[in-house]
Design a protein around this ligand. Structure first.
Ligand code: FEO
Length: 399
């Protein structure tokens, strides 16, 4: 049965939720599911903004036909060709063979790669182009690499509505409420919005900054992303989060101790550093990198200002889960943080030097204190070194 929601007079939400998905993009845990958003504008012309993932396609098509109420679909605007939004494009064209696709040049090429389409009904638009659909018009904003190179956004200037593609989205299914101001977003969704941002577009901070500069010139009153809630209030708060995140600045001052431990001795060292930080008044969290999904670790690393990486040595290298985590940080252009190192090894401790090499290849990473080496287990003298490391971090934290 259809389940549509009116956003404004003439704009309807058609999307759906997937709470059974195990890994979004086969990479990111989504214990609270994810929503796939699609929007229909009913003006003199009818305009569909993106389709949905195949997981919610049946509901989507039922919603679309109900919302159209017998009208033809005139336009499909494709902002982003990633299949979580475009998987149902071909099925849509089969149902509405006369629909005109409006999209970027790059998307028009991708369409032919994904689907057996002649693309005769494709109208290519570029930044600054505008088309009238009746009382309203739609203008187009290029947003390359937020999150793929073909991405564009569109804007209805008469009503200040921005269709923002992946930007301003979040992991987590919608729980009935479509609007962010209908939920306690900061309490219930911000962590997932941050995790979504850094894992999906965290690498492309410069491109996000470029889009934010374009957005600053628009009189935006409503943001309609492809995942998560629609925003009609507190837009400044949301834009400020994206500004901090895309500048790679810490969102909060605080420490996180990440450890990879096989038999508990490296964990012991990590917990001692954390306790010593807490005693000195530094807010601190601790994560076992072998037991926390790397997408959560990544988001927490980007969130805080001071990080401690503790790894045992394994096969003459960094322990596998820590190596994977640091590799993921590097792939997302992680930068601009203070960090400290603890290593363990029973015959040839090397993890510390190898981790330091990785961080030296990232931008503006500042090593704090002396690397602490644990030989198998923490002794009194090692404890003193861990305490000294916490002291150095505390001094840097207060600086
Ligand atoms: Fe939600 Fe980049 O797709």
């Amino acid at each position: 049965m259809q389940n549509i929601t009116k956003i404004t007079d003439g704009l309807i939400y058609l999307g759906g939720n997937d709470r059974r998905i195990a890994l979004f993009e086969s990479a990111f845990s989504v214990p609270a599911g994810v929503s796939y958003n699609s929007y229909l504008l009913l003006d003199e012309k009818t305009v569909l903004f993106d389709t949905v993932d195949s997981a919610v396609s049946d509901l989507f098509f039922e919603n679309l036909e109900h919302a159209l109420a017998g009208r033809a679909l005139d336009y499909l605007v494709i902002h982003h060709m990633e299949p979580d939004h475009s998987a149902t494009v071909f099925r849509l064209i089969e149902k509405h063979p006369n629909v005109q696709i409006v999209t970027s040049q790059k998307t028009s090429g991708m369409l032919k790669n994904y689907f057996p389409l002649s693309c005769e009904n494709v109208q290519v638009v570029k930044e600054g182009d505008t088309m009238s659909v009746g009382k309203r018009s739609i203008s187009f904003v290029s947003a390359p690499m937020v999150h793929w190179p073909e991405v564009m956004m569109s804007f209805i200037p008469e009503e200040g509505i921005l269709f923002s593609a992946d930007a301003f989205g979040t992991f987590g299914a919608l729980g009935g409420a479509i609007f962010a101001d209908e939920v306690n977003f900061e309490r219930d969704y911000l962590d997932e919005a941050r995790r979504y941002y850094f894992n999906i577009v965290g690498k492309y901070g410069i491109q996000v900054q470029n889009v934010l500069k374009k957005a600053a010139k628009l009189n935006i009153k409503l943001i309609c992303p492809l995942h998560g809630h629609v925003w009609r209030k507190d837009l400044g708060w949301l834009l400020a989060k994206y500004d901090v995140w895309s500048k790679y600045e810490p969102e909060e001052r605080g420490a996180v101790v990440f450890y990879a431990s096989v038999y508990g001795h490296t964990q012991n060292a990590a917990e001692i550093v954390a306790a010593e930080l807490a005693k000195r008044g530094v807010p601190v969290k601790v994560y076992d990198v072998s037991h926390t999904h790397v997408s959560n670790l990544l988001a927490e690393a980007f969130r805080y200002s001071h990080l401690v990486f503790c790894s045992t040595t394994y096969n003459n290298g960094i322990f596998i889960s820590m190596e994977n985590f640091i590799s993921d940080l590097k792939a997302h252009f992680f930068q601009n943080r203070s960090y400290a190192l603890v290593e363990n090894g029973s015959w040839s401790p090397q993890a510390g030097a190898l981790m330091e090499k990785e961080f030296s290849e990232m931008k503006s990473m500042r090593k704090v204190g002396e690397k602490v080496t644990v030989l198998s287990s923490v002794k009194e003298e090692t404890r003193a070194e861990l305490s000294a490391l916490a002291e150095a971090l505390t001094a840097d934290f207060g600086a």
